[in-house]
Write a protein that binds this ligand. Structure first.
Ligand code: TRH
Length: 371
């Protein structure tokens, strides 16, 4: 039986947009499948551009000091929560927890409390996915919290992919014109942090284009735009010229998640970063390069290797990723043959992963089973 559940998803924005990006996507996907979602977030500002239209069935609530427990009690009394998710190990406020565990669930299913973890292709994910943990102290002592790990294999929590995505992509690709009308250029989207090899890559494109063709570089707002602007102004100071015939730079405004998808679908090569956009690039089935979120202890580098291994990336793509993500590695720009190879690889990776069940479906099954 599939009864509608009430979900409470807690999200703390650490930096950048991955936490809220993933939580919003999950919330909207659950709601589209008939679930009711309350998304509690400490900083909802990015949703203004990411999801300006909101989503039916998703209520965004402030998670801050002003959330008084009386308001929480009233809310939970009206609609008790069935599933509680703490995203990426954020700690749910004890006041909320106290009231949540005390409420009777209206739905026939009992309640389930999950910690949604970060995405990784490393082997520990299969080991740790779906592990229970007994809560030993605090208002929910004695309850079980479950670890839910997204991942790339059937033994993990799977990857976020809303139903109908591939059909939507096909429809848009036939309907929409290019983001630029200039079809003679290869279109490249850029969403990144400050890659050490950015200046070298821009210089290469400005001299030779990409795989022998001129490039239109569509630069996303925020850190990517700042990083490109820093390179261009350094060139200006050094009186170095950008050849506009070879490299044309277009600055994009902040896009909604839907528009961002359209961008990826319309480009010949996508540079993406972090946890959420890398999956969108995968589903786009176009060649992509990933800026992995850098961690101080260097833990991102084995994570990057595991990802490339999992996707069986061609050697030229592996080498490019290493140079894009780490200081001191020489960047070798892809030839036309490399790019064709990356294209084939992206399509094969997309097809293989489409054969697996998506994360939200796995989550719904998990919640139905683990009470
Ligand atoms: O912003 P990010 O670098 O987020 C990071 C990572 O997820 C990282 O793993 C995490 O630990 C850290 O946050 C806290 O990259 P990510 O995950 O791709 O999130 C960006 C979101 O922004 C994604 O949902 C796509 C969306 N987006 C738009 O909707 N419009 C835009 O114009 C752009 C540039 C992005």
């Amino acid at each position: 039986m599939n009864s509608r559940r009430q979900w409470d998803i807690f999200c703390k924005v650490i930096d950048n947009f991955g936490d809220i990006g993933v939580c919003w996507r999950l919330s909207a996907d659950l709601a589209a499948r008939g679930e009711r979602v309350r998304l509690w977030v400490d900083d909802a500002s990015a949703l203004g551009w990411m999801a300006p239209a909101g989503a039916a069935g998703v209520e965004v609530l402030p998670w801050n000091q002003s959330v008084e427990s009386t308001a929480v009690v009233a809310l939970l009394a009206k609609q008790p929560g069935d599933v509680l998710i703490e995203a990426f190990g954020c700690d749910i406020p004890p006041e909320f927890l106290m009231h949540w565990v005390a409420q009777p669930a209206l739905a026939p299913t009992a309640r389930c409390w999950l910690n949604l973890e970060y995405l990784s292709a490393e082997s520990y994910v299969e080991r740790c996915h779906a592990m229970p943990s007994l809560v030993s102290h605090g208002p929910a002592a004695g309850w079980t919290k479950w670890f839910f790990y997204p991942g790339f294999t059937p033994q993990t929590g799977g990857l976020l992919r809303e139903p109908g995505l591939i059909q939507r992509m096909a429809d848009v690709q036939t309907e929409e014109s290019h983001p630029s009308d200039d079809t003679s250029r290869l279109r490249v989207s850029l969403f990144c942090y400050e890659p050490p090899a950015l200046a070298a890559l821009l210089a290469e494109w400005s001299r030779h284009g990409l795989a022998g063709q001129p490039v239109e570089l569509l630069v996303t707002a925020g850190r990517a735009a700042q990083a490109v602007k820093a390179v261009l102004s350094q060139w200006q100071a050094d009186r170095e010229k950008v050849d506009p015939e070879r490299l044309k730079v277009t600055w994009l405004p902040w896009l909604s998640q839907t528009e961002f998808d359209h961008l990826l679908w319309q480009c010949d090569l996508n540079f993406v970063r972090g946890e959420d956009s890398v999956l969108r690039a995968l589903w786009a089935g176009k060649p992509f390069v990933w800026s992995i979120y850098p961690q101080d202890d260097g833990a991102h580098l084995p994570k990057l290797e595991a990802f490339m291994q999992q996707l069986d990336a061609p050697d030229s793509l592996k080498a490019f990723h290493r140079a894009w993500n780490a200081e001191g590695e020489k960047l070798v720009a892809p030839s036309a043959a490399d790019l064709a190879n990356w294209r084939q690889h992206a399509q094969a990776a997309q097809t293989a992963l489409l054969g697996q069940e998506n994360m939200t479906s796995r989550l719904l099954q998990f919640v139905a089973k683990n009470r």
